[in-house]
Structures are given as C-alpha cells and as structure tokens.
Write a protein that binds this ligand. Structure first.
Ligand code: FAD
Ligand code: PYC
Length: 415
C-alpha cells in the first residue's frame, strides 16, 4: 500500500484525487486462518495488528458483524489517560498512552492524538484524599500525574465555576500528557495497516457459533459460512457474554448502555479535558468546536445502544452547575454504546476453558484509551498461548481466586 505523505496529497490534488487506493480490502473469506479475531473494534484490530507486527502472524481474519469501528470504538468520548491506582492497570494503560504518542507514525495514519491534558476534579474531601493517593501511586509507577490546587484548575479551565453551588472544586488530579484522539481514525488506521499486511477484515459477517472438537476451538460459524482457525480471539466488548455462551463458558460480566452527546460547535473555550465525577459529567472540545459530553451508565442491563433519557438530563444538569456558560448551548446529537462491566472495573485478557480460545473484554466505560496496550498484550497472549507481563494479572482466574483489581474510582464513570 502506498504511504500517506504531504507529497501524496499534492500529487493527488494535481490529478483530482483519482489515484487514492482503498484503505482496506473487502475480500471473500478463506476456508481457514491461523487466527480469527471476532470484533473489528479498536481492541480486535489492534490485536490483529500486533499479531502481525510483533509476532509475524499474518494469516489472520478480523470478523465484524457490522462495520469496523461501529461499536463502542466509534461511540466514545475519546479520553486518554493512565492515572489508575493499581500497578497492573497503571502498567497497561501507560503502555497504551505511550503507544498513542507515536501511533500516527507507527500506522502512517493521522489518529489526531492530542495530549492536551486531563483533569479529574476533586469536589469532595473524599475525592481529595483519593486523588492525592492516586498521584502518589502514579509517582511510584512512573506515571506522571500531580494533584493541583483550585487556583491552578482555574488557570487551566477559565470557564469553570470553582465555587460551584453544591460542590466547590477543591483541587484536581492532573495528567498533562493525557488527552484525546480521533476514535474512528484509530480503528481506520489499524484496519488499513492490517489490510496492508495481507490480513482479511470481513465486515457484515456475524459470528453465530463457535466450532470445537476435543475441548479445542476449530473455527467459527458465520453468516458467510464456516471458517476454520487454529486460534480464536473473542474481542466483542458488550457482546462478550453472548460469544462466551457460544463457546460454552460464562463470564463475570454485565452489559449496560453508556451514553454521550455533542453540542453545536462554538469558538474555542477549553483546551483540556475535564472529568467531574461527583456531579458526574465529563467534557472536552473537539477540533470542530463541539463540546463533547459524556454521562453515566444505565443502572440496568440492556443492549439498546441508545441509553435512557434521565441520564441526558442528569448529565446536562451536572455540567451546567460546573460550567454555567454551557446553559446557552444547543445539543446536536446523543447516542449510546453497550459497555462490558466487570465487578472490579478491570478488563479480562485471558485464556478460556476452551483451548486456543482467548478473550479480551471488560474494558467497560474506559477502554478507548487502552486500545494500543490491550492489542499489544492480547497479541502476545494469542501468539504464545500464555499471558505476558502486561496481561498476567487480568486472567479470568482472578474472579475465582478473589484477587480483584479494584479500579471503580479510577474508572471515573459512575456505575
Ligand atoms: P467495540 O468497539 O464495541 O468492538 C466490538 C465489535 O464486536 C463491535 O464492532 C461489534 O459489532 C462486534 N461484534 C459483536 N458481536 C459480534 C459477532 N457475533 N460477530 C462479529 N462481530 C461482533 N473509553 C475511554 O477510554 N475513554 C472515553 O472517553 C470513553 N468514553 C466512552 C463513552 C461512551 C458513550 C461509550 C459507550 C464508551 C466509552 N469508552 C471510553 C469505552 C470505550 O469506548 C470501550 O471500552 C472501547 O471502545 C471498547 O472497544 P472494543 O474494541 O473492545 O469494542
Ligand atoms: O475512562 O476516561 C475514561 C472515560 C471518560 C468517559 C468515559 N470513560
């Protein structure tokens, strides 16, 4: 595949953009692959990419029932940070964040990574204590964060009402190299790089069954016929429970809708990301000028991809309290995604009871930021059959052993 470059843009402009190649191919499925990945979200595509790039495994298909990036990857509010509390989480999220720094160059695709800084507001004394503790844990883990004063918050976010009516801002956890990236571009960039390595991305192909013999996976049944494989990676976020059922095991996971919305575009008013977890809402401004706003997860399990109305009201109320100028804005769009929640709010990157079948899920409300690190760790697990250092703590056995990795505070989103 030809490389994207400034020169290519000039060349194509001169010939009316008739020479661009398709970013990825749409091939007919082969009868068999070395590895089949189910789910062409960011995590599935990144798994395929690092299988090829780090482990030389390229006879790979990524099977997607809809369109690539059409699940949570294309529905999230794109916040990237690694300010988690526990060591295994800090390690994988920081690996992901550091890979984001050079992802555009690695993929030869502009993912618009914008390390503009992320603030998590402390609006209760409990949060002050919690975030001070996280800052100290992060210092030991080599993750650069700091607890900053309300005055510093005011300087970073002039539109904030520091003395808010119910919850004044008492400080914040600040990660200067956190930020955002363009979510679709992350999926598209990985997809193009996978396609360039000869991998097949099979869109509009739903997996309807998992074939096995003698306790080992042998392939998948799909709406385009049966496909054999030596190894299978299930990477389907909110649909993980359904795929696990097809493979014959159960997961400690629940699927709920999480929703977000964007406003009409306005002139630049805020150049950092703010998460206000007590009043509950998070906010950034997109390059187009829209205010990107996220709310809470539904309190009941569902697969609606819509979200319930009362969350819109609660989120808007919370954000107006913290950013009074938002009250004059019109909202443009609202949507939801189905997130996969574990009890300890940490992911699962694991072998399963079915031999050569692996699962990556449970990223819940916070997996966009993890995509490169998760793909890296999952590829290592699939290629070697055993987890490497990044994935070791995230096996399914932790639920049996009671060895939880509690990240309910760092997740930042109420559930
Ligand atoms: P997905 O992108 O959902 O991909 C899974 C794919 O599997 C889907 O495309 C689906 O169609 C496919 N699939 C399912 N079943 C089948 C089948 N039977 N056959 C074939 N294909 C199948 N994270 C952050 O880090 N920062 C944020 O700011 C953030 N904000 C969020 C806001 C919202 C509103 C939502 C919904 C999520 C947010 N998240 C955020 C979470 C993040 O979006 C997810 O954790 C992450 O995108 C999960 O990626 P994935 O690749 O695992 O899943
Ligand atoms: O994990 O940072 C996050 C997040 C923000 C909004 C939803 N998830």
């Amino acid at each position: 595949m030809r490389r994207y470059s400034a020169f290519a843009i000039v060349r194509e402009a001169a010939r009316y953009h008739r020479g661009w190649e398709r970013a990825w191919t749409s091939p007919e499925p082969r009868a068999r692959y070395d590895v089949v990945v189910i789910g062409a979200g960011g995590h599935g595509l990144a798994t395929a990419f690092y299988l090829g790039r780090n482990h030389g495994i390229r006879n790979v298909a990524v099977i997607e029932k809809g369109w690539l990036g059409g699940g949570n990857t294309g529905r999230n509010t794109t916040i990237i940070r690694s300010n988690y509390l526990q060591d295994p989480s800090a390690a994988i999220y920081e690996k992901a964040r550091s890979l984001y720094e050079t992802l555009s160059q690695d993929l030869n695709y502009n993912v618009m990574f914008s390390p503009r800084g992320v603030l998590m507001l402390a609006q209760t004394h409990h949060e002050v204590r919690g975030y001070r503790r996280t800052a100290q844990a992060n210092a030991l883990q080599g993750v650069k964060t700091e607890f900053i004063t309300p005055e510093r918050v005011r300087q970073l976010v002039p539109i904030i009402d520091i003395d808010g009516p119910r919850y004044p801002v008492l400080g914040a956890l600040w990660q200067a190299r956190g930020g955002t990236a363009r979510h679709d571009a992350v999926a598209w960039g990985y997809a193009r790089a996978c396609s360039d390595m000869g991998m097949h991305i099979l869109q509009r192909t739903e997996v309807t069954g998992i074939a096995q013999a003698g306790g080992k996976v042998t392939g998948v049944r799909t709406t385009r016929g049966d496909i054999g494989c030596d190894k299978l990676a299930i990477v389907v976020a909110g649909h993980s429970g359904r795929l696990a059922e097809m493979a014959g095991f159960r997961l400690p996971i629940e699927s709920v809708a999480l929703q977000a919305m964007v406003s009409e575009p306005i002139k630049p008013v805020m150049d950092v990301v703010v998460m206000a977890n007590t009043v509950h809402g998070y906010l950034s401004q997109s390059d187009k000028g829209e205010m990107v706003i996220g709310g809470g997860a539904d309190g009941f399990n569902n697969y609606t991809q819509r979200g319930s109305f009362h969350h819109i009201e609660e989120t808007v109320r919370a954000l107006i309290e913290t950013f009074p100028m938002l009250s004059r804005l019109k909202m443009l769009r609202q949507w939801g995604g189905i997130v996969d929640m574990t009890g300890d709010r940490s992911p699962i990157i694991s072998k399963t009871p079915l031999a050569d079948c692996f699962i990556n899920c449970g990223w819940g409300t916070g997996g966009f930021k993890a995509i490169p690190g998760s793909g890296w760790a999952m590829a290592e697990l699939v290629a070697r059959g055993e987890p490497g250092p990044l994935a070791a703590a995230f096996g399914l056995e932790r639920f049996r052993e009671g060895r939880f990795i509690d990240e309910s505070v760092a997740a930042g989103v109420a559930h």
